[in-house]
Design a protein around this ligand. Structure first.
Ligand SMILES: Cc1cc2nc3c(=O)[nH]c(=O)nc-3n(C[C@H](O)[C@H](O)[C@H](O)COP(=O)(O)OP(=O)(O)OC[C@H]3O[C@@H](n4cnc5c(N)ncnc54)[C@H](O)[C@@H]3O)c2cc1C
Length: 368
């Protein structure tokens, strides 16, 4: 098995596969794992994830069951959720998700090559050879199966049909406290954050991470300016952010549809498979879930000596069952039509309704 890219998806896939007894190589183009992203906390919803996290001892910094949703006026609705969301530390620190899971993959027998870039493939009935390059060497790997986990602009996209949907632009800052339990706050404002939102992952002693997300097609100027403007115009935020910030981060989330998530002896996982959620841009949950589903299908296929083509298509079927985003595209369509007065109404309505019924149950049902 050759896994390309040691982000959360690739590190997880390599770990699951090596632990399951498969001969696994993981290649990463950067010299250090996690260099491709900043140190920050990514929060991501618990959608069929807690069992995998528990069973495989995946490194979660926290699990939070409360989120606060703010209308532009500051009115808010507190959502108490049974399933909750997980906080994952990202980046090149030794205790980030990708670093810990890569170490777990090595302990289970994965060979990791860093500072290695995939430069070419030799394709016949399958991808027979993969040519990779370090600063000093060129190597040829002959994999039985390739798992593409090389992010939203994967080397392998040229082989498949891909329909671009949306790019989300993000800018944020991180503090130093990544562990204490607290809550996520999400601020909605269609004028200051078109097609996006502002979030704060807080903790009792300060800040974990905060960021602005904006639909890139609606951006006028730098997304950092949207972050600054939102902070300046919102009570309580500037004080919290000024004191605790230690790093900043920025980037784009690529949301696209793929006709199928396999090609020959190759399967796509994580952002490379277009698994970022089209509504809010969460990518960690689907990165881990898609890597797990890939592992299950590969292990079963190899154990039963099935031809590679039949089990990679099995992966696509499973993906459609577990990571079906049809509803999320519809939610996004509605979200984009909402104006500030609609957010005010929504938060008011949620609060009024919540006095009469347990609304969390319904909201969870709609998303999970
Ligand atoms: C600003 C921002 C904030 C975000 N916040 C959140 C959040 O709060 N919650 C959440 O759930 N998600 C969030 N996301 C999305 C989340 O970061 C991604 O969904 C997640 O990183 C996907 O993991 P991945 O392993 O699929 O891809 P990546 O993390 O992109 O990893 C890909 C890896 O492949 C390597 N690579 C690339 N090309 C090659 C090659 N040719 N050869 C070898 N290696 C290669 C890269 O160096 C990298 O290590 C955010 C994204 C951005 C941009």
């Amino acid at each position: 098995m050759l896994v390309v890219g040691a982000g959360p998806a690739g590190a997880s896939a390599a770990y699951f596969c090596a632990r399951g007894g498969l001969n696994t190589i993981l290649i990463e183009k950067n010299a250090n794992i996690g260099d491709h992203t900043s140190v920050k906390i990514d929060s991501s919803p618990n959608i069929n994830l807690d069992e995998i996290i528990r069973k495989y001892g995946l490194p979660v910094k926290n699990r939070v069951k409360i989120s606060k949703w703010y209308a532009p006026s500051g009115k808010n609705f507190t959502l108490k959720s049974d399933s909750g969301e997980f906080y994952f530390k990202r980046g090149n620190h030794g205790d980030s998700y990708e670093n810990i899971v890569s170490k777990m993959a090595i302990e289970n027998g994965t060979k990791i090559l860093t500072g290695i870039n995939l430069i070419d493939v030799i394709e016949k009935e399958n991808f027979e050879k993969v040519i990779v390059k370090s600063t000093t060497n060129e190597l040829i790997i002959k994999p039985k199966l390739i798992v593409a986990a090389d992010g939203g602009s994967s080397f392998f996209h040229k082989f498949v049909k891909k329909e671009d949907f949306k790019i989300l632009a993000g800018y944020g800052i991180s503090g130093y406290d990544f562990t204490s339990p607290d809550c996520s706050s999400i601020y909605l404002n269609s004028e200051l954050l078109p097609g996006g939102y502002f979030y704060v992952v807080s903790c009792p002693n300060g800040l974990s991470s905060a960021g602005a997300v904006v639909d890139a097609s609606k951006l006028k100027g730098d997304v950092k300016e949207y972050f600054k403007k939102f902070v300046e115009s919102t009570d309580n935020l500037s004080e919290l952010l000024e004191k605790k910030c230690v790093t900043s981060f920025r980037g784009f989330g690529y949301i696209f549809k793929m006709e199928k998530r396999f090609y020959k002896n190759l399967i796509f996982i994580g952002d490379a498979g277009g698994f970022m959620d089209p509504l809010l841009g969460y990518g960690m949950t689907p990165a881990i879930l898609s890597s797990y589903l890939a592992y299950e299908v590969i292990k079963e296929g190899l154990e039963e000596n099935m031809p590679v083509h039949s089990f990679v298509s099995e992966y696509d079927k499973k993906i459609k069952e577990y990571l079906n985003y049809d509803r999320y595209y519809q939610y996004r369509e509605i979200f984009e039509q909402m104006e500030n007065k609609d957010f005010e109404w929504l938060i008011d309505f949620a609060n009024r309704l919540n006095k009469r019924i347990d609304l969390s149950r319904f909201i969870e049902g709609a998303f999970i």
